[in-house]
Design a protein around this ligand. Structure first.
Ligand SMILES: [Zn+2]
Ligand SMILES: [Zn+2]
Length: 389
């Protein structure tokens, strides 16, 4: 829950996005993560859930206004309780209930102690000036089977928060700098005493003067509105290493959202999906494929061309090859990811029995069959012997 991503960020839209922009972004996300397109993919499923939740809130005027004002706590009460609960310990327990006379329910108690509003999370937040790491960003790319085998480069575009180039991240107009808040001395919280039926309680609450930021910006940077970070589209060509498999992710350190107060940047996480190939299947670093041969080739043997990821390879199949016989091309499978060497390529032979025979062909085949002796079809002989006994 603590890792919940900002709803606007989930949909990849700006905070002031119009209904149309929201709808468009939502549709794009559905196309990307719909479970029908990613069966049994837990990550896509989680993404879809996240997207649905974000759209549910942002597409509802009322919910969106609450979310804009109070964050997750404005639209999901359990979030506020979950975030703030740890700090209050005993109050959430059942032990107190009933003895409170003047208080209605637990919510009222919180409100009267802590000033209400949706800001529980903020009151227990630690030093607002502490460095905070930027969010990790996630995106996905699709590549072909061959690109996965050989490695490739893909162009990606992600919307991310970057340090505001005009104020250098301070949020103050260029040439000015933020001042430490005199009321809270930069801590973002102030102590208050409250008299209650249970005695006097010392609590801390968010500093009103600076809104918990610990700093006061007299003149706000126009480029970032005082946030110190701005949304930018990152276009980047990412190298996909050879050997990568469907569903694997690449993490590019430091290419996510910019950190706050000098915190480290988040990472950019790229999920790679590999399109299935018509010819080849893959298991680990081994490749499996099938090669059709004629009845005659199977009976007499032949040199055949076997498609591999390096192009056609010649292979000599022996006389008497049976349907389903397999052979292995050692070291001709997929290159091992971040290592040397390659898997194997397993080829399975499919003997094509002639179909749509003319009468003349059928007669020839019968005559041929009449000429066969037991030694020509030892398997069949064994089978009929078994019946006789
Ligand atoms: Zn700025
Ligand atoms: Zn303050």
């Amino acid at each position: 829950m603590a890792d919940k991503r900002d709803y606007y960020e989930v949909l990849g839209v700006q905070k002031g996005a119009s209904d149309d922009e929201l709808k468009k972004a939502y549709r794009a996300m559905v196309k990307k993560y719909h479970p029908d397109l990613h069966p049994d993919d837990k990550e896509a499923e989680a993404k879809m859930k996240e997207v649905n939740e974000a759209y549910d809130v942002l597409s509802d005027r009322d919910k969106r206004a609450k979310y804009d004002q109070f964050g997750f706590a404005g639209v999901d009460p359990s979030y506020a309780a979950g975030q703030g609960g740890g700090g209050f310990g005993g109050f959430s327990g059942g032990g107190f209930s009933g003895d409170f006379g003047g208080f209605g329910d637990i919510g009222d108690i919180f409100e009267s102690f802590f000033g209400g509003g949706g800001g529980f999370g903020q009151q227990t937040r630690s030093n607002p000036n502490a460095p905070r790491r930027g969010q990790d960003l996630r995106t996905g790319v699709q590549i072909s089977f061959m690109e996965a085998c050989k490695g490739t480069g893909v162009d990606i575009r992600v919307n991310r928060l970057e340090r505001c180039p005009d104020c250098g991240g301070s949020g103050a107009r260029p040439g000015t700098s933020p001042e430490t808040c005199p009321d809270c001395r930069g801590t973002g919280t102030v102590r208050v005493s409250q008299r209650t039926p249970l005695g006097v309680f010392q609590t801390t609450k968010t500093c009103e003067k600076c809104g918990g930021r610990g700093k006061i910006i007299r003149e706000v940077c126009q480029s970032c509105g005082g946030q110190g970070r701005v949304r930018r589209v990152l276009s980047k060509n990412v190298k996909i290493p050879q050997g990568i498999d469907d569903g694997q992710t690449l993490r590019i350190t430091g290419e996510g959202d910019c950190g706050i107060n000098g915190g480290a940047n988040g990472d950019l996480i790229i999920r790679v999906s590999v399109k299935p190939d018509e010819m080849f299947e893959r298991e680990g670093f081994d490749i499996y494929s099938e090669v059709p041969i004629s009845y005659l080739q199977a009976a007499l043997g032949d040199d055949i061309a076997v498609p591999t990821i390096d192009g056609n390879v010649k292979y000599k199949i022996p006389a008497g090859t049976q349907n389903g016989d397999t052979f292995v091309l050692r070291g001709q499978g997929v290159p091992r990811l971040y290592r040397t060497g390659r898997g194997d390529h397993h080829v399975s032979v499919r003997v094509e029995v002639p179909r749509n025979l003319s009468k003349k062909q059928a007669d020839l085949l019968r005559a041929f069959d009449d000429s066969l002796e037991d030694r020509n079809s030892p398997g069949k002989k064994k089978f009929s012997d078994w019946f006789k006994n």
